[in-house]
Design a protein around this ligand. Structure first.
Ligand SMILES: NC(=O)c1ccc[n+]([C@@H]2O[C@H](COP(=O)([O-])OP(=O)(O)OC[C@H]3O[C@@H](n4cnc5c(N)ncnc54)[C@H](OP(=O)(O)O)[C@@H]3O)[C@@H](O)[C@H]2O)c1
Length: 269
């Protein structure tokens, strides 16, 4: 039987790595992205079909999903599109906050909803995977709203499972730590405020000298975790991807929120 995956944010990074991995395993891949005309690398692969999709555009989400479902039977949805917003919270404009929530959180819900209806009506044991982050396990400094969107996705995904497991539908999250994608170059919005520059510089220095414990996994390694989540048949809620994310998850469990917070705070003093 041939399986089909629908991916958002497949133009680069983890979304593209997942598109290539699933294609190499014989899957049909619906690779969605804001500007398919720009895509050169995966467009020529067999069984890869490009569709336009900006997750902040409700009409386009609806029409693209309708169009895809006319031609394909989708088994797995990988909600991956997202970007990071960094900077001191007090400097964020309403617009900055709304755009972050609209893309990272509401965009995921918007794509998931019609697929849940489709899976239920087709009596399909569909799987919805969502990229969250280690920042959705323990919040990151200078990424307050970003962290909030990733925490929100974890809560949403867990809650919907209670509703749809009865139909054989499952939701799972993939929580990567650092990933060596072009994220910092293309998907990071920095909100300037001089009062927070010293903290930002400390964070950057920590990334560079390794003292923050961030390990940059490759997108290909994290895509393997996505593949595992799509195919292992286990009712697991969250797949932590990368040693740094695993340490954050372990510390949260073993030390608890308060002690972990104190430990992380010290590294920024
Ligand atoms: N890199 C990390 O360290 C890291 C760590 C943990 C979690 N994550 C999460 O991993 C996911 C993928 O990020 P990445 O590292 O692979 O970065 P990336 O290479 O920059 O990919 C981000 C993708 O999201 C797409 N995107 C952004 N806004 C969109 C919108 N409104 N509609 C549709 N697509 C949109 C981008 O499309 P365009 O090409 O059109 O811009 C791009 O394909 C994100 O959810 C991110 O939060 C990343």
């Amino acid at each position: 039987m041939q399986n089909t995956i629908f991916i958002t944010g497949a133009s680069s990074g983890l979304g593209k790595a997942a598109a290539k991995l699933f294609q190499s395993k014989g899957w049909t891949v619906i690779a969605t992205m804001r500007d398919p005309k720009k895509e050169q690398e995966i467009s020529s692969l067999e069984r890869v079909h490009l569709y336009p999709l900006d997750v902040t555009n409700p009409d386009q989400v609806r029409s693209t999903i309708d169009e895809v479902l006319k031609h394909f039977k989708v088994d797995v949805v990988f909600n991956n599109a997202g970007y990071g917003m960094v900077g001191g919270f007090e400097a964020y404009s309403q617009n900055d906050i709304q755009r972050q929530i609209e893309t990272n959180f509401i965009g995921v819900l918007r794509v998931a909803q019609p697929f849940i209806t489709y899976f239920r009506k087709q009596k399909k044991q569909g799987i919805l995977l969502t990229t969250t982050s280690a920042a959705g396990i323990a919040a990151n400094p200078l990424a307050s709203v970003y962290s909030a969107t990733k925490f929100a996705l974890e809560g949403w995904s867990e809650a919907v499972n209670y509703e749809v497991n009865q139909f054989g539908i499952r939701l799972k999250t993939i929580a990567p730590g650092g990933m060596a994608t072009d994220y910092a170059g293309r998907s990071l919005a920095y909100i300037e405020n001089a009062a927070y520059t010293p903290l930002w510089e400390k964070m950057i220095a920590g990334f560079e000298d390794g003292s923050t414990g961030v390990h940059f996994s490759t997108a290909e390694d994290v895509a393997e975790v996505v593949f595992e989540a799509a195919t292992d048949n286990r009712p697991q809620l969250r797949y932590v991807a990368g040693p740094d994310a695993q340490k954050i998850a372990d510390d949260r469990k073993e030390l608890g929120q308060q002690k972990q917070f104190e430990l992380i705070s010290k590294s920024y003093q």
